[in-house]
Write a protein that binds this ligand. Structure first.
Ligand SMILES: Cc1cc2nc3c(=O)[nH]c(=O)nc-3n(C[C@H](O)[C@H](O)[C@H](O)COP(=O)(O)OP(=O)(O)OC[C@H]3O[C@@H](n4cnc5c(N)ncnc54)[C@H](O)[C@@H]3O)c2cc1C
Length: 477
C-alpha cells in the first residue's frame, strides 16, 4: 500500500487530493494536512473585501469531501520535512505533541508565505495596511473599508491606495480587481466623488500583471495591455503609478522607490497592498538533523523542481524548456511541488534594477487555474508511479493556457469584468515568434458584462468541482 502525503488544501493540493482519492483512495493511504478545516475560494475574496459577499459563501469544510474520496485529513501545520527519510512532522491543531507522517510520495502544495514582514509597516497584523490575500485578512479589510465608507457618508474625503506592497510582489491582478470593485461599490453608494483612488504597483507598466503584459489584435491593430489598462484607469478616474517598489509604510504614508531610483511617498487613508510571496516556512531536515534547504528550495523558500535555474533573463525568454514540466524535485524524486510552492526559473516580466541596485520586478504569478492544472498533473503522475512505476504527464507554463477574469463589480445586470486569456502563460518565442510569444488566436483581452457572468459562473462551477460533486472531473481546472 502506497502512502501519499499532500501538504496544503488550496487550488493545487486539494485538486491533487480529489484525483488521488478518486483513483487510489480505496487501496492506498492518501493524507492531506492543511492548516485550516475549510477550502477557501480565494478569487472571490475581492467581493468579501468590499462587503459584497459573506465569508461563508466562499468556503466549505474539507473533511466530508475527503471522507467520500477515501482521503485522510489532518488539520495541522507541517513544520519539518525529512526528505531523506520520507516523513514529515505535523503539529496538529489543538495538540501539544507533534506527529510523524511517513510517505512514499510527498506533494508540497503550501501556496505562498505572505511575507508582510518583508516591508516594514505592511499588513494587517501589526502593520498599517489591509490585505485580501486570505479570508481573515479580507474580512478585516472589509471592516476597514466599511469604516471609511461611513466616514465618507459623513462628508469626509478619503484617499484609497491599492496595489503591491513590495518591490518584488506578485498577484497584481487581484489588487487591480479589488481596486475596480472599490470604484464600483463607491459609485453604487453614490460616494465616488468623495474618494481619490490611486493604483500603486511594482509593474513596469500598468497591465503587466507579472506576465510581461499581453498583446492582442483588435480590428487589425495590435493593442497592448498597458494601453488597455491606462484607458480603464482613465475611465475609472484612477491615478495610476507603476514602477514603484514599496519600501515601507507608516501611519500616513507609503514610501517607495521608482525604476529610476527616485524615492517618494504617497499619502493614504486606506491602503490595500499585496505583500511579497515567499515559499513555505518549513524546515528541510537531513538524516543527521542537518539543514537541507540549499538542496531543496531557493533562497525565497520555493521548492526547486525540474526547471533550468540560473539562466540570465535574455536566455530564459528563448528557452521554453527551462520551465518545469513535472514539478518533481531533482534531488528527492518522490517530492513534488505544484502551485505557488514551486520555484519558477525566473521572472516572466523583464527584471529591473534601479541605479542604486534595488530589484523592482513584478514576479511570476501561478494563478488558481495554473495551480489547479499543475495539481492535477502531479496527481496523475503520482497515480502512474503507484500503479505502473512511471510518470506520463508533462506540462510547462510555456505551453499552458490561463484565463483570469478581474471583475469590476458582482452585478449580473450592470456589472463588468476585464477578461484576460493568455496562451501560453509564459511567452513562448520559439513557437510564436511573430506575436510576442503568444498565440494570437487564443490570447484575448476584453472588458464587458460577459466577463461578470463568466466570473460568477467560474465561482459557482469551481466550488462545485472542488466539493467533488456530480461531474466534477469534466469541469476544467
Ligand atoms: C484576492 C485574490 C484573487 C485571486 N484571483 C484569482 C483569479 O481570478 N484567477 C486565478 O486563477 N487566480 C486568482 N488568484 C490566485 C489563486 O488564488 C492562487 O494562485 C492559488 O490560490 C494558489 O494555489 P495554491 O494551492 O498554490 O496555494 P493556496 O491556495 O494558497 O493553498 C495553500 C494551502 O496550504 C496551506 N498550508 C500552507 N502551509 C502549510 C503548512 N506548513 N502545513 C499545512 N498546511 C499549509 C494553506 O493554509 C492553504 O490552505 C487570486 C488570489 C487572491 C489572493
Amino acid at each position: 500500500m502506497a502512502k501519499v502525503v499532500i501538504i496544503g488544501a488550496g487550488f493545487a493540493g486539494h485538486t491533487a487530493a480529489l484525483y488521488l482519492g478518486d483513483a487510489l483512495g480505496e487501496d492506498h493511504e492518501i493524507t492531506v494536512v492543511n492548516k485550516g478545516t475549510e477550502f477557501c475560494y480565494l478569487p472571490s475574496l475581492i467581493w468579501l473585501g468590499v462587503g459584497r459577499m459573506a465569508p461563508e459563501k466562499l468556503v466549505f469544510p474539507l473533511a466530508p469531501v475527503y471522507e467520500r474520496f477515501g482521503v485522510r485529513f489532518v488539520q495541522g501545520q507541517v513544520t519539518e520535512i525529512h526528505p531523506a527519510d520520507d516523513y514529515v512532522v505535523v503539529r496538529p491543531v489543538g495538540e501539544e505533541a507533534t506527529r510523524r507522517l511517513d510517505y512514499d510520495h510527498l506533494i508540497v502544495a503550501t501556496g505562498p508565505h505572505l511575507d508582510y514582514a518583508g516591508t516594514p509597516g505592511l499588513g494587517p497584523d501589526g502593520g498599517h495596511t489591509e490585505s485580501v490575500c486570505w479570508i481573515d485578512h479580507a474580512t478585516r479589510c472589509r471592516d476597514a473599508y466599511l469604516e471609511r465608507v461611513e466616514r465618507m457618508e459623513k462628508g469626509e474625503r478619503i484617499r484609497f491606495v491599492i496595489g503591491s506592497g513590495h518591490p518584488m510582489a506578485t498577484c497584481q491582478g487581484a489588487a487591480f480587481e479589488y481596486l475596480a470593485n472599490v470604484h464600483h461599490d463607491l459609485l453604487r453608494r453614490k460616494l465616488r466623488d468623495r474618494a481619490d483612488l490611486e493604483w500603486l504597483s511594482n509593474e513596469d507598466a500598468p497591465g503587466d500583471f507579472g506576465v510581461g503584459g499581453v498583446q492582442v489584435k483588435r480590428r487589425g491593430r495590435v493593442v497592448g495591455s498597458d494601453t488597455f489598462m491606462q484607458a480603464v484607469f482613465e475611465d475609472f478616474g484612477v491615478t495610476a503609478r507603476s514602477g514603484c517598489g514599496v519600501l515601507g509604510v507608516d501611519e500616513k504614508r507609503i514610501h517607495w522607490e521608482d525604476l529610476d531610483g527616485v524615492e517618494g511617498d504617497t499619502r493614504y487613508d486606506f491602503a490595500m497592498l499585496i505583500p511579497r510571496f515567499l515559499g513555505p516556512r518549513i524546515r528541510w531536515v537531513g538524516k543527521e538533523g542537518e539543514d537541507l534547504a540549499s538542496r531543496v528550495v531557493n533562497p525565497g523558500g520555493f521548492v526547486l523542481v525540474d526547471a533550468f535555474y540560473g539562466l540570465p533573463y535574455d536566455r530564459l525568454v528563448d528557452t521554453p524548456e527551462a520551465w518545469p514540466a513535472t514539478y518533481q524535485s531533482p534531488n528527492f524524486r518522490n517530492v513534488f511541488a505544484p502551485g505557488i510552492a514551486f520555484a519558477p526559473p525566473g521572472p516572466i516580466s523583464r527584471p529591473h534594477v534601479t541605479p542604486g541596485g534595488r530589484q523592482i520586478t513584478a514576479t511570476a504569478p501561478r494563478t488558481g487555474m495554473v495551480s489547479a492544472t499543475i495539481g492535477r498533473l502531479v496527481a496523475m503522475n503520482v497515480i502512474g508511479l503507484v500503479r505502473e512505476g512511471k510518470m506520463k504527464h508533462q506540462a510547462r507554463m510555456t505551453e499552458m493556457f490561463a484565463a483570469c477574469v478581474a471583475s469590476v463589480s458582482d452585478s449580473l445586470w450592470s456589472g463588468s469584468a476585464v477578461s484576460v486569456v493568455v496562451m501560453p502563460v509564459v511567452p513562448n518565442h520559439m513557437r510564436y515568434p511573430k506575436s510576442g510569444g503568444r498565440d494570437p488566436l487564443s490570447t484575448h483581452l476584453e472588458s464587458g458584462l460577459a466577463g461578470a457572468w463568466m466570473k460568477y459562473t467560474i465561482h459557482k462551477t469551481m466550488l462545485h468541482k472542488m466539493k467533488g460533486r456530480f461531474g466534477w472531473k469534466i469541469i476544467p481546472e
